[in-house]
Write a protein that binds this ligand. Sequence first.
Ligand SMILES: NC(=O)c1ccc[n+]([C@@H]2O[C@H](COP(=O)([O-])OP(=O)(O)OC[C@H]3O[C@@H](n4cnc5c(N)ncnc54)[C@H](O)[C@@H]3O)[C@@H](O)[C@H]2O)c1
Length: 251
Amino acid sequence: MTDFEGLKALVTGGASGIGRATAELLAERGASVAVLDLDPSSVEKPLLGYRADVTDDASVRQAVAAAVADLGGLDVVVNNAGIGAQGTVEDNDDEEWHRVLNVNVIGMVRVARAALPHLRESSRAAIVNTCSIAATAGLPQRALYSATKGAVYSLTLAMAADHLREGVRVNCVNPGTADTPWVGRLLDSASDPAAERAALAARQPSGRLVSAAEVAGAIAYLASPLSGATTGTSLAVDGGMQGLRLRPVGQ
Ligand SMILES: NC(=O)c1ccc[n+]([C@@H]2O[C@H](COP(=O)([O-])OP(=O)(O)OC[C@H]3O[C@@H](n4cnc5c(N)ncnc54)[C@H](O)[C@@H]3O)[C@@H](O)[C@H]2O)c1
């Protein structure tokens, strides 16, 4: 018997990258898994796919209700859907700030709101939010994105406090730059994609990008009933980027 045997999990943004790796890992470890995504067309069995836009409350409520009905309950929510934004505070207008905050922050709120009545029914309930190193380190050209992830970090702590006595644990993961289709798109748009990839890899003490599977492993750790005493924490999955200060090679 594995730790997720018999558990029912829902992963937002589960059609790509970190969400996809997480949905597949939870299923491998015994969970029944529903994926909510803007485009669930690539979701394959045993995963169940549902179309949902996390910026649309009705769409989230409908998809969560359908997933819970099909799964027969809900134990784990992975709030992972998110989008990027580049630039300093001068580079994005109000509309863009509202758009990215709407997906990255209020999107998680909408999903949690719809899921909590079901999670309270579970004896092994957990929410894991996908946050970012951008919440805890100042990165250049990421003002808007960092503000959304800082909000996700604080939201994680507040939710952990609110729902502890209801038996719902809430934690987050803070990935460094992860090798996902998103980062692929970012590299494609750079003037020198190879140089950009090398710069991103060099920024992490490990000297390489994080893999989606490594982030999925951390999410599964926090979601697992084996981590029943862990709530209100953030787990860095960043090749040492947040915590370490290495000397240059050879010195
Ligand atoms: N890739 C990285 O370097 C990195 C680093 C730190 C944190 N993150 C976070 O990880 C999460 C996933 O990122 P990824 O790199 O796997 O990205 P990705 O673009 O590969 O996957 C994101 C998924 O979210 C879905 N999505 C986007 N907007 C949506 C919406 N409105 N409603 C429903 N689904 C929506 C997309 O369709 C896609 O399937 C995000 O929250 C991101 O902020 C990524």
